[in-house]
Design a protein around this ligand. Sequence first.
Ligand code: PLP
Ligand code: ZN
Length: 448
Amino acid sequence: MQYNAWFRCINPKCIATYPLNRILYRCESCGSLLEVQHDMDALARRDAKAWMKLFEDRYKSTQWPYGSGVWGKKEWILPRISNDNIVSLYEGGTNLFWAERFGKIVGLENLWIKLCGNSHSGSFKDLGMTVLVSQVKQMISEGAPIQAVVCASTGDTSAALAVYCAAAGIPSIVLLPKGKISIAQLVQPIANGSLVLSLDTDFDGCMHVVQEITKDETLYLANSMNSLRIEGQKTVGVEIVQQFEWQTPDVIIIPGGNLGNVSALGSGLLMMRDLGMIARLPRIVVAQAQRANPLYRSYLKNFATFEAMQAEKTLASAIQIGNPVSVEKAIRTLKQFDGVVMDATEQELADAAALGDTTGMFNCPHTGVALAALIKLLKAGKIDKSEHVVVVSTAHGLKFADFKVDYHEEKLEFPSRYANKPIEVRASVDAVKDALHNALKNRRTTNA
Ligand SMILES: *Cc1c(COP(=O)(O)O)cnc(C)c1O
Ligand SMILES: [Zn+2]
């Protein structure tokens, strides 16, 4: 069966389409972003049950490349790519667990966490990068002039780009905002051999520069305004539903910065609905840091207007973005999914992340933003305690060890509600016994 896909301009007044092997990030006629459109009639010739069976048979198998959570759905992603050009590190297939204790504490019975950070480079960015780098390899094999792939990053995009390019043997270049990403995130592209440029600006400043330098076709742009990444990231929604045996949850909460990922989540779910695999759509909640909350401000005005802002420094550094490139796509998604936007202060996000950790999670600050949004929406009655809720955890907590250390050492600008400081004790049995006695007594009184 012949499946096909192409780029389409997202502007409803413009009907421009382009082949997927064009080096192009915006519409040539109107300047809007592009999206990948699939031949849905061809996909619909296979019925919903058969798609489910195919996806289940491939899921986490060693039948390369179909064991990957992304390439197991290849017909929905890049149907025409040659398997020889696929650069996969077995992304996707991440665990989805019942957050029983956290749910009980916040008053929700049916809360699940989708751990997208338990992946090769430690964030969900792997899902999109496997697709982008594979398509680059395909284009190079067809004679495209690409010499390197380049991105601006708040840390996780660059880590994913660097590792996939290293696996493919394709040079990569990353532009990072100096001093604004964690040590772990900085060392990832360095270790994977990227050319790392540290710019004295913020993410929005790096994004501006990268859009200018990639006007040269030898440097291929890997930011999420490149809709190839969205194709891989959209598998997260499909995978969540698949993991629930094709039942749709009521609410999915996702942290948002540049807003590519929420559009991707929506896109996968819409494809499932259009192919008859699910009957209803979940509500989608985007969670933003209050210091970088342009979408939340627009939501408060019913999306009547959108204004970019100067993002302020936030612990949720991967979403410290004031001028999100995918805002139009995100607003469209929120309108289709009865969407809600909520924001969280620094203290709210840090305490929510830490509270989650005490119940057996190990959260990055962005997941903290999502958990804080959940708590606030439950209090406001916008999520009901009977609902089936999934929180998308976007990165691995170990990438943000510095954030956790500062929190527990109470070095942040607000009191840490759940600080757990190590106690320094002399190396003697009596001293340890005394320390234990006091510490356990304190715990009993604080827990009472
Ligand atoms: C990139 C990223 C986000 C935000 O995704 P967008 O597509 O930019 O909205 C959230 N959390 C983490 C950990 C990320 O790396
Ligand atoms: Zn257009």
